[in-house]
Ligand binder design. Structure first.
Ligand SMILES: Cc1cc2nc3c(=O)[nH]c(=O)nc-3n(C[C@H](O)[C@H](O)[C@H](O)COP(=O)(O)OP(=O)(O)OC[C@H]3O[C@@H](n4cnc5c(N)ncnc54)[C@H](O)[C@@H]3O)c2cc1C
Length: 411
């Protein structure tokens, strides 16, 4: 009998998470084997071509603020090739009074300089980005095609092995590390270290080694609208992206004179249906009105020309799960990227590589990555012992059961 192949480092899942991690490890001189059940990379949620990326600047989530800021800077540097910087405008919520000086002071208190975030009243916003609403202008905000980014990260490399059409059903501890086993109970390979980046499927793989993760699906649909050049919407279409209740990309003028405008996205808790829903387009039409503050816009003029449907994986506390699974040495997780795949995958690449290589954490610290932030992302936050391991996370610690946090705020 031939022994299964052995690889020092195996990444399961070739979405944006797994591919970013693989690429960072390759850059650090490591040999990597990446495995996916699909015939090519970015077949699932990372087939998304219209993802936006910006640091979170809302109030009341200090860790999220710090984490997204670090992640944004890493993502900007990582995704340079496919990074499409056009700026993102974040309108003030309709029910909130906007005081420009207050908001400017708040942004300064976050150490966000004007190159990163500016408080603008409607007149200044009109001048800066063509949107006549009070809000925050994020000039470095960008969009990117996650499919291209994923493909790019897995470009041929002498130390990269790709294994397509290879579903992993479970993991088993063996002397030399971890055995990967297929759905017919046949061994696939043995790995010294395994990084699981299989979005929702991470739940099953973790369960196979007796670790329960509180992951759940949130379906989402983006609508691609076609708008006649003579429509009343045409003059209002944005030249920048807007992120508020939903988001949209800058409208694009097509050769026939009409516009293409991408608006999203719906969020359907607990749903995994990948079919296109008319109800989601209707929802997105309403979001379009809200984003442009165009209450009386005729929704029938937003003609559907296409869509993207995906299922996000979320962990409920709105933070991704990134880090070593300390109770199963040699296993690392990068999942629950929610609606921030572009940012969290870039951050996962740095964090997981540091942990896999047992590097000096000084590099992460230089990026602003303090121990409390590492702990906030760690799988251990859901399990018994979290209190002792990370006192700052006391609220998450319980006895023997994973904690199912409150409802997520998906985009
Ligand atoms: C409507 C919508 C809008 C979004 N908007 C944005 C946005 O504006 N900005 C942003 O940053 N993000 C956005 N996202 C989120 C982003 O798309 C995801 O966070 C990201 O694509 C998740 O990447 P992933 O690598 O974790 O998962 P996936 O891309 O799902 O990759 C998981 C991979 O694992 C493989 N796999 C699964 N199980 C197994 C197994 N047992 N064995 C082997 N392989 C397996 C799959 O084939 C797949 O290739 C949006 C998502 C949706 C749905």
């Amino acid at each position: 009998m031939t022994l299964p192949q052995h690889h020092d480092i195996v990444v399961i899942g070739a979405g944006i998470a797994g591919s970013s991690i693989a690429s960072e490890l390759l850059e650090r001189g490591q040999a990597v084997c990446i495995i996916d059940s699909a015939p090519h990379p970015a077949s699932a949620c990372s087939s998304h071509a219209y993802a936006i990326a910006h640091p979170h600047v809302g109030r009341g989530a200090p860790r999220l603020l710090r984490l997204t800021r670090i992640a944004f800077l890493i993502a900007e540097a990582r995704w340079g090739k496919v990074w499409n910087q056009h700026g993102i405008f974040q309108p003030n919520k309709k029910d909130k009074v906007f005081n420009r000086d207050d908001v400017a002071g708040y942004l300064r208190s976050l150490d966000l300089d004007e190159g990163m975030a500016q408080a603008l009243d409607a007149n200044d916003a009109m001048r800066a980005c063509g949107i006549s609403q009070d809000g925050i202008w994020l000039p470095r905000g960008a969009s990117l095609n996650l499919f291209e980014a994923t493909q790019d990260a897995l470009a041929p490399h002498p130390k990269l092995t790709c294994s397509w059409n290879t579903p992993v059903a479970r993991l088993e501890k063996v002397n030399a590390g971890w055995q990967l086993i297929d759905p017919h109970d046949r061994p696939i390979m043995i790995a010294g270290k395994v990084i699981i980046a299989t979005a929702l499927e991470t739940k099953k793989l973790a369960a196979s080694i007796d670790v329960r993760l509180p992951l759940r699906p949130v379906r989402g649909q983006l609508s691609i609208f076609s708008i006649d050049e003579n429509s009343s919407w045409a003059a209002r279409l944005p030249h920048t992206a807007i992120s508020g209740d939903g988001y949209c990309l800058p409208a694009k003028k097509l050769p026939d004179g009409n516009y293409q405008w991408i608006v999203g996205s719906s969020f359907d808790e607990g749903e995994s249906d990948l079919r296109d829903w008319d109800a989601s387009d209707d929802f997105n039409r309403e979001q379009a009105r809200g984003l442009l503050n165009y209450e009386h816009g005729d929704l029938s003029q937003l003609q559907k020309s296409g869509s993207f449907v995906g299922v996000r994986c979320v962990a409920g506390d709105r933070l991704p799960i990134i880090g070593a699974l300390t109770q199963r040495p040699g296993i690392f997780l990068a999942t629950a990227l929610g609606s921030r795949g572009a940012l969290w995958s870039a951050l996962a690449a740095k964090l997981i590589t540091t942990q896999v290589l047992e590097d000096d954490f000084a590099l992460l610290a230089r990026l602003g990555f303090a121990a409390d932030l590492v702990a906030a992302l760690a799988p251990a936050r859901f399990f018994a012992g979290a209190l002792a391991a990370a006192p700052a996370l006391g609220a998450f610690a319980s006895n023997s059961k994973p904690i199912l946090p409150s409802a997520p705020k998906a985009r």
